[in-house]
Ligand binder design. Structure first.
Ligand code: GUN
Ligand code: FE
Length: 490
């Protein structure tokens, strides 16, 4: 928590829906002592600033005035990544999923049996992910309980909002990287849940409503994928989930053809891959399903019926040659979708890269769709390139919905947490890709064009920006990272 009230004045981008965001060049936004947005006024002309502050009863508070070329957006939400795979980023590009797991991924994850290695590595991993602008992250740990506790502790200390799970995997894995039995896997899972629930957490009460919110770090049930779990283990996890409806669940689904074939062989009694999870009580409103590249129609229907969400991981889907997920179709069906980096299937820890590849994936779908003389109707996404508001939505509000956090994060609203990025596209950020005429346009006071200029800056940040442009990262009002963050522990 920041402990004090902070007021920001300047350009704010606020996602509203799948096809709209508010570009607010002169927004006044107040973050209260517990890190929640106390209030925001969308448009305050400079000459009315003092008057507006007085009306709000803010006499002595400092106002952080954004400079030209800075803007605030909600923090990114990474709905799917693997912390112990970060040391592998960029290796094993030649493999598809199952070989890549055997040859590259499992050997690296096995090293996390060593808790000193885990401590050192996870410290750098979480720091790097925060500095990339990820304020909420769904983490897979390794199968090891002690190392995954360490991951949760580090996330907690560094102040990120996150779900942390240890992988459940008791079959079809190498002999040196497999759990002994379903029962030991379940015991360790319960122990991790208990450990995370006992982490001390500051209250995040909203002053106006008195609502007490969920802690920043929470456990998540993590059956790695159906192939690596016996039916007994999946049933045990389903029972664990049934005891606590708030407990999130994450797993992989329909990523690769060989994986799907093997899954069906292992669970012949189930109608489909999605049905494997459903049969075992693991498909519900707070289940995060990563990839979903090759779902059948009946599986889409089932996922929609259960209100589970999909983590779209386009970088990984390209990199492991898994395929192109039909995200526009999911959106048209009303299925919840967010973005995932899926390190190290994906080679970048940044959601900016996922945004870029989500755009390209949608362009591929559009290019492969039959030509049409009519433009697609608004709000229909199946056969068209995802527009900028939709990309922003997937990276923020969409991700929040997928991990059942939309009442807390993903956009700026009174009572929601201030999880935010202060983006700097000025030349001093050192990213030559973003130097350009737009800033002069702002500096020159392009009267009446401020919204268009802000739209342009957002688009260029998405497609050419990187962590050099992320000056500050806030979680629950607390400054936790970014290029100008000095409180490093690494
Ligand atoms: N399926 C099971 N495990 C994994 C993993 O670590 N990464 C990806 N991309 N898919 C998986
Ligand atoms: Fe994954």
């Amino acid at each position: 928590m920041s402990g004090t009230t902070t007021i920001f004045y300047g350009p704010v981008i606020n996602p509203k829906s799948l096809d709209a965001y508010a570009a607010l060049p002169r927004c006044l936004l107040c973050v209260g002592p517990t890190g929640n947005v106390e209030w925001l006024v969308e448009d305050v002309k400079a000459h009315l600033l003092q008057e507006t502050l007085a009306q709000k009863g803010c006499i002595d508070e400092d106002v952080v005035e954004l400079k030209m070329g800075e803007f605030i957006i909600p923090g990114f939400i990474d709905t799917h990544t693997h912390a112990p795979q970060v040391p592998n980023i960029g290796s094993g590009q030649q493999y598809e999923l199952l070989d890549w797991l055997d040859k590259v991924t499992f050997p690296m994850e096995a090293k996390f049996a060593n808790t000193e290695f885990a401590q050192r590595t996870y410290q750098n991993v979480v720091r790097r992910i925060i500095d990339c602008g990820t304020t909420t992250c769904c983490y897979y740990g390794s199968l090891h309980l002690p190392s995954t506790k360490i991951l949760a502790n580090i996330v907690h200390t560094l102040g990120q909002r996150a779900f942390v799970g240890k992988c459940n995997m008791n079959r079809n894995c190498p002999s040196d990287y497999i759990e002994d039995s379903a029962s030991s896997s379940l015991t360790d899972t319960s122990a991790l849940i208990k450990h995370i629930h006992e982490l001390p957490s500051a209250p995040t009460v909203h002053a106006a409503t008195g609502t007490q919110h969920e802690p920043l770090v929470q456990p998540i049930i993590t059956p790695r994928f159906a192939i690596s779990c016996t039916g007994e283990l999946l049933s045990g996890l389903g029972e664990l989930a049934a005891q606590d409806p708030h407990l999130r669940i994450q797993t992989h689904i329909s990523e690769n053809h060989d994986e799907i074939k093997f899954t069906k062989e292992l669970f012949p009694e189930c109608e489909s891959y999605a049905d494997v999870y459903d049969t075992h009580g693991l498909l519900r409103g707070n289940t995060v399903l990563a990839h979903a590249v090759h779902l059948e129609e009946s599986e889409c229907k089932l996922i929609k019926k259960r209100d589970a969400g999909i983590s779209h991981c386009p970088t990984s889907n390209f990199n492991l040659r898994s395929g192109v997920a039909p995200v526009g179709k999911f959106l048209d069906l009303g299925i919840k979708v967010g973005l995932g980096t899926d390190i190290s299937g994906g080679f970048s820890p940044s959601i900016l890269t996922a945004i870029q590849h989500a755009s390209i994936a949608s362009k591929i779908v559009a290019m492969q769709s039959p030509p049409s003389s009519k433009p697609p109707p608004p709000g229909k996404y199946a056969s068209r390139q995802l527009p900028l508001p939709t990309l922003l939505y997937l990276a923020t509000l969409g991700g929040a919905r997928v991990c059942a956090l939309e009442s807390r994060v993903g956009s700026f609203e009174e009572g929601k947490a201030f999880d935010a990025l202060l983006v700097n596209v000025r030349s001093e950020a050192g990213n030559i890709g973003l130097w350009g005429a737009d800033l002069q346009d702002i500096d020159g006071g392009k009267e009446g064009k401020e919204k268009e200029v802000l739209d342009g800056l957002l688009e260029r940040f998405f497609f050419t920006g990187d962590d050099r442009n992320i000056s500050r990262v806030y979680v629950q009002g607390r400054l936790v990272g970014g290029k100008s963050f000095r409180g490093r522990v690494d």
